[in-house]
Design a binder for this molecule. Structure first.
Ligand code: MF3
Ligand code: CO
Ligand code: CO
Length: 254
């Protein structure tokens, strides 16, 4: 399958689903406090998506994933499974929400801090956000995915952090994951040339230490090999005639 160009009605459907996912991220913000479990966050999100939004949590049952959110704590890179872990002071947490509405997908994630994070943890979160935004700012017709990856990699590495290579952004629409693969590293001018109405995510995973990762025995949770902290932000974006639109709106740090 190749990269699909969406028509304006299709982009609108993805915008709607993406804004619902952002609404969930915003709803959860006040609930991420010491003493709650990640399972509780999952349950609140599941209820809201299914009962209030009339949507479907895309991760639930996706290749057997058991929950309606991904919750990735501290040295977890992505695909953490909500469970009995109780949040505690200075934890950092990524929550990744994907909503299906009327058959269309929207995918976004954000970082949360519990109590007072370390200065280094907060810096990792802020640099990862900046890296995502630099990548988004590189999106316009005629630019390449290499330009996007380069912007992200340059931002992360300039702060001494590293870019996870094994997972990438992705096209989406009627499917969770479509072409193109959006690498979070690269070289200017290389890769796919962007055209208006392409829709994809940008979702860099940035490690405080080395880039290497490993998969836990649960078959899902990805962690840093050196157990250094990892952060991620994700937006769903569309290429416009003149630049880029963030379909998932502007969920930003605090
Ligand atoms: N939402 C993730 C992404 O950004 C995918 C999660 S798939 C799951 O692509 F199976 F781990 F839930
Ligand atoms: Co995604
Ligand atoms: Co996601």
């Amino acid at each position: 399958m190749s990269v699909t160009i969406k028509n304006p009605e299709e982009v609108e459907k993805i915008r709607i689903a993406s804004l619902l996912a952002t609404e969930v991220l915003n709803l959860l913000r006040s609930l991420v406090v010491a003493g709650v479990t990640t399972e509780h966050l999952n349950d609140v999100a599941h209820q809201h998506i299914t009962q209030v939004q009339g949507g479907i949590p895309a991760t639930l049952g996706y290749h057997g994933f058991p929950k309606s959110l991904c919750t990735s704590l501290n040295h977890q890179v992505c695909h953490g499974i909500p469970g009995s872990r109780i949040l505690q002071n200075s934890d950092i947490l990524n929550i990744d929400v994907t909503v299906i509405k009327d058959g269309w997908f929207g995918d976004t994630s954000a970082m949360y801090t519990v109590g007072t994070p370390s200065i280094r943890a907060q810096r990792l979160i802020d640099v990862t956000y900046e890296a995502m935004m630099r990548g988004i700012e590189a999106v316009r017709p005629g630019a390449t995915l290499g330009d996007v990856g380069y912007a992200i990699q340059k931002t992360a590495e300039a702060s001494g952090f590293s870019v996870v290579r094994e997972y990438c952004g992705h096209g989406l629409g009627r499917n969770f994951h479509e072409e193109p693969q959006v690498l979070h590293y690269g070289k200017p001018g290389e890769g796919l040339i962007l055209e208006p109405s392409m829709v994809f995510t940008i979702e860099p995973m940035i490690n405080a230490g080395k880039k290497d990762i490993k998969l836990l025995n649960d078959g899902w949770t990805v962690v840093t090999k050196d157990r250094s902290l990892s952060a991620q932000w994700e937006h769903t974006v569309a290429v416009t005639e003149t630049g880029v639109e963030i379909l998932s709106g502007a969920a930003h740090p605090e």
